[in-house]
Design a protein around this ligand. Structure first.
Ligand code: NAG
Ligand code: NAG
Ligand code: NAG
Ligand code: NAG
Ligand code: NAG
Ligand code: NAG
Ligand code: NAG
Ligand code: NAG
Ligand code: NAG
Length: 892
């Protein structure tokens, strides 16, 4: 999908929903999006406010707030969320509209606590930002002028009150002070990280964050359609679809019924199915199963195509109205395999998509902005394209954010990105009183209906880390474990799991991440050790270990979170800071760092393997520190991810058979030190370039253990036949390998295989002439895999034998950009020349947005060409002007 399509679709969407008359989906509709009036509690502020949108962005547009991400503004703007705000809109409708038997207000999302009145009559209340509302307004609407008001209560006031009134403490009460956040997010069904997180600001936005419109109809209408693919038949199964229709019967009385026709139509497949149905109070939902044998299977990125088919479902009332819904659907099968593994205690934990076992390669997605309305289809498309461009085929939509917008899932469907979907509960205990549970019930019904149409969604998970939090007593719940344990089971199992299972989505349900899968269930849903490497998935963070030491990593079945921090680039940081902020220890740096000890942990990891910059110029020193944090992070995540990939087919003491690596975290919510691989604004950190390599479909990965060098081949989807595995030894002084060994091998898809094991010193370093004093300091190794026809299949992957603060032979290189030429509509070829080996060579396009084909690489040939893909129109001249290149030795 290209940029033009996204913009085009966005435009159509906007046109459809601007305020005024519309005739979408058969119903008569009146859009209420557009410019409302926004007023605070005491009336001192009254400004225009765009809907969908938030109070914060309205205040920015009105010039009352400036950039909320600038310096300390997150603290200065806390008052906004503490005030109450009312949205008001005047509109006029005609009698054609008001005369319909049914007139409803449809709101796709209110954030969060609000009373809605039409002409002074209360028509509904909202307590949950994750549900849509369909409220009857027939009794309140008038011909001519109407006024609608949405009166929001401060989410901070609400959650504090709810917490105070609750019969017992539901921890944690407040975030750690370093997060500058608000208390009790768990008492409100709102984006949990909007109260602050260890990587994000606490703004707690308020507003009408989704579309709002009125609709009018006489006869029953189709409210929504859920289409779930499944396979029937052996040995060759064929595709069916279970189409479930939910109707809005309007004012049909309980003893009336309506005869109608349903048409299920796949226009591009030329299938049409017509059913006679009878609608009445007992048939508000009807499921029909239809066979679509011509449908082609949808595959994740890299495994095959992503065919999507239009589906149009129409409800026809004889001599009455017609109502229809249309969508794109895809056909795929998902299995989560948890079975005994020979020679191991525990169970496997892996996904099979369309019967292919897949090593899940990806990351964790967080909200892309603190203000959802600022996330455009263009931003989303750029971010998701950056996922597939880096060989990522899975994103976990993490439980502390939001159920993402429809465009997110549509893009994932088109790009072949699989989505592990959490329900929005994270790092906390939650209340279980009746109003809370009934709100969650509505939320889960709505979100599962909305999301299960997307072939990209492959799993449901009830929460983020709450099973672990309870078992490991993060919040001092052991004082009354039984109480919190019962609450846990009530919410995630009694309510959420029940609803998900009732919907027959064909997808696995996980009760938490991390959890022990089937063992968690056997142990009553809070496992004895939810972090067990023998079962389910793990989250692993260890900020005190040296990440170059691979023995510090666990050997799990599936690693769904792991990561370390880095700082964004100076270019991303500078618009939200001023000169006095530009040091690693400034008040600003401390303020942006929301993770306790984050700065010192990053510094300690850098100092284990690198010298600090030598510059006396504070600004250069600061920029060099930012660069070092990015190098350090890229290496840590590379080492850890390759460790998980090597373990795909390996068991060590019953541990291993790892089938997934989702590093923490993919994107950023603002400009700050975080675990992300992509900066706020879309710029790739060095890590993201490393992701592209370490998630390569064919990878040569090396490790040193007990004096031996091991080389592993990992292949996801091509069988390797008579391939060669080339191990090369290099001196830091030479732009040419000193010694090479080639091993020939064959290997089946979805596996890892040890191809070479040889003594490091005697086997390689001595033969290469690395010197007798300390050969580890003067040499490094690379590994790569070649097809039997000598095409290179894997990246050339370096193995460092010593810290960069110790290696000998590295000289300060002269790297020149020798040419820049345009080779495609958005592609430029940049050729570099170096005088000597240059580690962590970094190309920067300055203010020109785009990405390189590789970056942060070890330059070990005299000349090298790299592609630059521009994200906005530019020329070779402009690119030449803004391009800079640097490497590690420039720091010293
Ligand atoms: C009205 O509310 C604003 C925002 O909370 C506050 O700054 C201002 O002092 C209040 N004005 C009066 C007159 O109370
Ligand atoms: C917001 O409304 C609540 C409930 O009516 C009230 O208790 C609170 O004082 C109001 N806050 C402000 C800033 O007016
Ligand atoms: C539905 O509403 C229409 C118009 O208000 C009315 O004529 C009709 O009798 C209503 N039907 C029922 C069953 O109440
Ligand atoms: C349907 O119920 C209404 C009120 O409940 C009653 O007035 C009407 O006679 C009933 N109609 C039929 C056909 O039973
Ligand atoms: C769906 O079908 C209805 C008629 O059955 C038609 O009016 C409508 O335009 C179709 N929508 C799309 C998107 O094809
Ligand atoms: C299990 O272990 C035994 C003894 O070490 C070995 O012979 C056998 O091949 C192993 N089985 C598998 C499936 O790894
Ligand atoms: C645990 O909490 C419940 C509910 O508040 C209370 O009834 C019970 O006495 C508490 N148990 C302990 C050991 O404090
Ligand atoms: C179709 O979906 C409905 C509603 O979710 C479910 O009750 C039913 O079991 C499903 N049927 C099949 C064949 O999957
Ligand atoms: C070598 O084989 C690969 C994989 O089959 C193929 O893509 C490539 O074009 C071949 N190259 C040559 C030079 O034959």
């Amino acid at each position: 999908m290209n940029q033009k399509m996204v913009l085009c679709r966005a435009l159509v969407y906007l046109l459809l929903l601007a305020s005024g008359w519309l005739g979408i989906n058969g119903e008569l509709t009146f859009g209420l999006n557009g410019q409302w009036k926004v007023t605070n509690a005491n009336g001192s502020i009254s400004i225009p406010g765009q809907v969908p949108g938030s109070v914060h962005t309205a205040l920015i547009a009105a010039g009352i707030l400036s950039d909320p991400y600038y310096r300390f503004n997150d603290d200065l703007y806390k008052w906004v969320a503490r005030d109450n705000w009312t949205y008001t809109f005047n509109f006029a409708v005609t009698s054609d509209f008001t005369n319909k038997h049914n007139v409803k207000l449809v709101s796709k999302g209110l954030d969060t606590i609000a009373d809605v009145t039409l002409n002074g009559i209360l028509i509904g209340s909202s307590t949950n930002m994750f549900v849509h509302h369909v409220w009857d307004v027939k009794h309140a609407i008038k011909v001519g002028e109407n006024v609608i008001q949405v009166a929001f209560l401060s989410p901070i006031t609400y959650s504090a009150t709810r917490s105070r009134e609750y019969p017992y403490d539901v921890p944690p009460d407040c975030p750690p002070p370093v997060q500058h956040g608000f208390c009790h997010p768990n008492f409100i069904r709102k984006e949990q990280c909007s109260f602050s997180w260890d990587w994000g600001p606490g703004f707690a936005p308020i507003g009408i964050w989704k579309d709002v419109y009125l609709e009018a109809f006489d006869d029953p209408i189709l409210r929504d359609v859920v289409a779930i693919p499944y396979e029937v038949g052996t040995p060759i199964p064929s595709w069916w679809m279970n189409v479930t229709m939910n109707f809005d019967l309007g004012n049909l009385s309980s003893n009336e019924s309506v005869d109608a026709t349903i048409i299920i139509w796949f226009p591009t497949l030329h299938y049409q199915f017509t059913f006679a149905i009878t609608l009445d109070i007992d048939h508000e939902q009807i499921s029909k199963q239809v066979s679509v044998p011509q449908a082609q299977t949808w595959f994740p990125h890299g495994y095959g195509p992503q065919p999507l088919y239009s589906l149009n479902v129409t409800l026809k009332i004889p001599s009455g109205e017609t109502s229809w819904r249309s969508m794109k659907v895809g056909f795929r099968k998902v299995e989560l395999v948890q079975e005994k593994i020979a020679n191991s205690t525990g169970l496997s934990f892996y996904f099979k998509i369309n019967t292919i076992p897949m090593f899940i390669k990806g990351s964790n997605w967080i909200p892309a902005d603190a203000f959802q309305e600022r996330i455009t289809p263009g931003n989303l498309s750029r971010l998701l394209q950056s996922a597939v461009d880096a060989n990522i085929h899975t994103l976990r939509v993490w439980g502390g954010g939001v159920y993402e917008q429809d465009e997110f899932y549509e893009l994932c469907d088109e790009l072949g990105i699989m989505v592990w979907q959490d329900f929005m509960f994270a790092c906390a205990m939650y209340p279980v009183d009746e109003p809370f549970l009934s709100s969650v019930t509505e939320e889960v019904h709505y979100q599962v209906r909305r999301l299960s149409n997307h072939p990209s969604v492959i799993a449901w998970s009830a929460n983020n880390e709450n099973e672990g939090a309870l078992r490991q007593d993060w919040y001092n719940t052991s004082r009354n474990f039984t109480l919190y344990d019962n609450d846990y089971v009530t919410l995630y199992i009694g309510v959420i799991r029940e609803i998900v299972l009732s919907k027959a989505t064909g997808l696995p349900f996980l009760s938490s991440s991390p959890s022990d899968g089937q063992l968690t269930e056997m142990q009553g849903w809070v496992a004895k050790d939810p972090t067990s490497v023998y079962y389910g998935d793990v989250h692993y963070y260890n900020y005190n270990a040296d990440c170059w030491n691979i023995s510090s990593f666990p050997k799990p079945r599936f690693a769904s979170e792991y990561g370390v921090q880095s700082w964004p680039s100076f270019q991303t940081l500078s618009p939200v800071s001023i000169a006095t902020d530009w040091s690693y220890t400034s008040t600003f740096s401390d303020h942006r760092q929301h993770h306790t000890f984050g700065q010192s942990q990053m510094l300690a990891q850098i100092q284990r393997h690198f010298n600090l910059p030598s510059s006396k110029d504070p600004l250069i020193y600061f920029k060099n520190m930012l660069y070092l944090t990015q190098i350090s992070q890229a290496l840590c995540i590379k080492f850890e991810t390759e460790h998980y990939r090597r373990l795909q087919s390996i068991l060590v003491d019953g541990q291993g058979h790892c089938m997934g690596a989702l590093y923490w975290q993919f994107n950023d919510i603002w400009q700050a030190p975080t675990w992300s691989s992509i900066e706020y604004g879309g710029k790739w950190k060095m890590l993201h370039y490393y992701v592209k390599d370490f998630f390569s479909p064919v990878l040569a990965s090396g490790m040193i253990q007990g004096g031996d060098v091991y080389g592993y081949s990992i292949t996801d989807r091509v069988n390797l036949v008579n391939a060669s595995f080339v191990t090369s030894v290099w001196l830091w002084t030479d732009l040419k390998a000193r010694y090479q060994v080639t091993n020939y091998f064959s290997q089946n898809i979805s596996s890892s295989k040890m191809v070479i094991k040889t003594p490091l010193n005697a086997g390689l370093l001595q033969k290469a002439g690395c010197g007798h004093q300390d050969p580890l300091l003067s040499c490094f190794i690379t590994m790569a895999i070649y097809h039997s026809n000598s095409t290179q299949l894997s990246p050339t992957n370096p193995i460092f034998l010593a810290s960069f603060s110790e290696v000998v032979g590295l000289k300060k290189p002269t790297i020149k950009i020798s040419s820049v030429s345009k080779v495609g509509s958005d592609e430029f070829l940049v050729t570099l020349k170096t005088s000597t080996i240059a580690p962590f060579t970094w190309l920067d396009s300055g203010s020109l947005r785009g990405r390189f084909s590789q970056n942060g690489f070890l330059m070990m040939t005299p000349s090298l060409s790299v592609s630059f893909f521009a994200w906005e129109p530019t020329s070779a001249e402009e690119l030449t002007k803004s391009l800079t290149v640097s490497s590690l030795m420039d720091l010293y």
